[in-house]
Design a protein around this ligand. Structure first.
Ligand SMILES: N[C@@H](CCC[C@H](N)C(=O)O)C(=O)O
Length: 261
């Protein structure tokens, strides 16, 4: 089976061209094996690109644990770059993901801009904490300082399994408040389904940018993850929710190869 390896600011994915629908999406153990960093190809998630009437393609996403999950922003951007690599699209795309239809654009410098679903108003989740669903559930903790030294694995894991999230869990984002809200916002994320810190999370930085608007950030918000820079543009609705939300950044093809069927 031919596979393709992509990353979006270090959030990495195995991608399969499944237009002929031969991939067994019910074999979660195999998907986890393909994502395993020692026994497999290694990735934070696996995606299938499938044909779908009325759209350029369908995005089918699995976390590294092999299970299907909610929306992946960096994954969506990488799948758009892959669709262009295949010749399925030129510079624009309309595709369906688990959270609904998305549009996207590939800029001349390779930046992929992905339109996200409208987002409900943020919910307070603690004195310095906010919750938003940007296609995936995200808990956000704002820190005055100390992001570089933080044990994101331990702190993220405790919050991910704690109340109110329970077994379903949430992704946990830690953000250091910049000296000026117009500056870049540094973010580190613990991802459920990977069960570890990843180098970047697209729906995570989207949630952070929207939550940061209550702390003075204005669109477009620049965010720095351990794997690189992303940008989020948005408009706030009168009810406190958000529309016209666009996630932008690089999406890079790393290599392609063959694995045992
Ligand atoms: N890395 C993703 C988020 C993927 C889904 C997440 N792990 C979950 O299960 O909620 C992104 O870039 O958005």
């Amino acid at each position: 089976m031919t596979f393709h390896k992509y990353h979006g600011t270090g959030n990495d994915f195995v991608i399969i061209d499944d237009r002929n629908r031969q991939f067994d999406e019910t074999n979660h153990a195999r998907i986890a094996h393909l994502c395993h960093r020692r026994f497999g190809i290694g990735a934070d998630g696996l995606m299938l690109l499938r044909n779908l009437a009325g759209y350029d393609f369908e995005m089918v996403y699995f976390n590294a644990d092999g299970r299907p999950s909610s929306m992946c922003g960096n994954g969506g951007r990488c799948l758009v770059a892959f669709a262009k690599f295949l010749g399925v699209i030129q510079d624009t795309a309309q595709f369906l993901a688990v959270d609904g239809p998305h549009e996207a654009r590939v800029e001349s410098d390779g930046t992929v801009r992905l339109k996200m679903q409208d987002v409900d108003p943020p919910q307070a989740a603690g004195p310095h904490d906010t919750f938003l669903n940007t296609g995936s559930p995200h808990h956000i903790r704002f820190l005055p300082t100390g992001l570089d030294e933080l044990n994101v694995f331990a702190e993220g894991r405790a919050l991910r399994y704690g109340e109110p999230y329970g077994a379903a869990g949430a992704n946990i984002n830690f953000v250091e408040l910049p000296a000026d809200p117009a500056h870049t916002w540094p973010v580190r994320t613990y991802e459920r389904g990977v069960e570890d810190e990843t180098l970047s999370c697209g729906t995570g930085v989207t949630a952070v940018a929207l939550a940061a608007s209550a702390r003075g950030a204005t669109s477009p918000v620049r965010l720095r993850t351990p794997g690189g820079q992303l940008e989020v543009a948005f408009e706030q609705r009168p009810d406190g929710g958000f529309e016209n939300v666009w996630l932008s950044g690089p999406a890079v093809r790393v290599f392609s190869g063959e694995v045992e069927e």
